[in-house]
Design a protein around this ligand. Structure first.
Ligand SMILES: Nc1ncnc2c1ncn2[C@@H]1O[C@H](COP(=O)(O)OP(=O)(O)O)[C@@H](O)[C@H]1O
Ligand SMILES: [Mg+2]
Length: 384
């Protein structure tokens, strides 16, 4: 049996071959489609991963903005607030719902509008970021000093989509800077006053005092009573000058604005004296001195303490000193040292000054040698 003899069979075989060729082509099409599908799938997976990452970094960004201590907000291209973080709410007092969609001018006092508007214009024209340091306005109208960084936000095509703003509260920093500057200035003034007071006390007062003594000696020698009387007038004049100088010195020693408690001022004075003494005096403060000692008395007490410690440093050659302040019916200051003792002072402008301060307040003043050596000074004034 041959093909030729069986035309029906030959026909069938040919049909089969055609069918097979068709199937082969279908298989190729399917394979190609499958490959395409797989590629698309990979593409989709990559796209999904990208999106997921974008979503995550956006969430991270949102979390940063939300939790930031700084005020962060977005401003639309036309100048309306678009987003508002809790930091902005804390700083300016507006809740997000109140301020979103309102013009950013709400935050700007009249005098700041021009400058802020100019900054936005600069960014509109192509700037990247700029700074605005100044005073903005809170919800309740109160001013707040801030440093704001404004950045332009642009789409992929470079067109402006809005502005982001980060505002930092400068109140605390400005306050600290002002305090520092004031403290520096005050310190300079105080140092100056201290120096002038010291010069006055050490040089001027002593010289006038010495001139007075010399005149007194001369007055004893002149015969002419008119000349002697004239000399006594001059001596009296010199005494008055010394008294005035002492008042001036006392004023100079008084700090221009003292806010620390008396206890703190006593401790500070004693600590400062340690520089001259070479050792820290032992300080005891007893009784309610901060509530019972009026400022006027406190100023005298501190002046006496200052002079007493200066004397210990200059004259006593001591290795230890103690300061005791007791407040009750009377206010008592005792300064004792273990030095060479006081003997009979040749001059006494400082000691006289302390006595006068006690007497002016109706009190008393004593300086005595101590049995074991050293000097003990007691300054007492009534507290009524
Ligand atoms: N703590 C002391 N120890 C020893 N001598 C003292 C002490 N305090 C004062 N003096 C003596 O008393 C004198 C008078 O003191 P003061 O009136 O303060 O004058 P100044 O200190 O200017 O000499 C001093 O020159 C010194 O000789
Ligand atoms: Mg003295």
């Amino acid at each position: 049996m041959t093909r030729a003899n069986h035309p029906r069979l030959a026909e069938l075989l040919a049909a089969l071959a055609r069918r097979e060729a068709e199937l082969e082509s279908d298989r190729r099409t399917i394979a190609a489609l499958q490959a395409q599908l797989e590629e698309t799938d990979r593409g989709l997976a990559a796209l999904y991963a990208d999106l997921e990452q974008a979503r995550r970094s956006e969430a991270r960004l949102a979390a940063i903005v939300r939790s930031s201590d700084d005020a962060m907000f977005a401003i639309g291209p036309e100048g309306r607030v678009e987003t508002w973080n809790p930091g902005a709410e804390r700083l300016f007092g507006h809740a997000a719902a109140e301020i979103v969609n309102r013009p950013v001018d709400v935050l700007l006092p009249a005098e700041a509008r021009g400058r802020f508007g100019a900054l936005l214009d600069r960014l509109r024209r192509g700037g990247r970021a700029g700074h605005f340091d100044g005073r903005l306005r809170r919800r309740d109208g109160s001013p707040v000093d801030v440093a704001v960084t404004v950045s332009a936000m642009r789409g992929p095509d470079g067109a402006l989509t809005g502005f982001s703003a980060v505002a930092r509260d400068l109140t605390e920093r400005l306050r600290m800077e002002a305090e520092l500057a004031a403290a520096r200035a005050e310190r300079e003034v105080l140092a100056d006053r201290e120096r002038i007071a010291r010069d006055l006390h050490d040089m001027v007062v002593q010289r006038v005092f010495a001139a007075g003594l010399a005149l007194q000696a001369t007055a004893g020698m002149v015969r002419d009573p008119r000349v002697a009387a004239r000399l006594h007038d001059v001596i009296a004049e010199l005494d008055a000058t010394i008294r005035e100088l002492r008042v001036a010195i006392f004023d100079l020693h008084t700090a221009p604005r003292e806010t620390a408690s008396l206890r703190a001022r006593i401790l500070r004075l004693a600590a400062d004296a340690a520089d001259h003494l070479g050792y820290a005096p032992d300080v005891t403060v007893d009784g309610p001195i901060d509530s019972t000692v009026p400022e006027r008395v406190a100023a005298h007490l501190l002046a006496v303490l200052r002079e007493a410690l200066a004397n210990v440093a200059r004259h006593a050659a001591a290795t230890a000193a103690s300061v005791t302040v007791t407040a009750g019916e009377t206010l008592t200051l005792e300064v004792a040292d273990n030095g060479r003792g006081i003997g009979r002072p040749a001059r006494s402008s400082g000691l006289t000054n302390m006595r006068e301060r006690a007497e002016a307040l109706g009190g008393s003043f004593t300086v005595t040698g101590r049995p074991g050596g050293g000097t003990r000074l007691e300054w007492r004034v009534p507290l009524s």
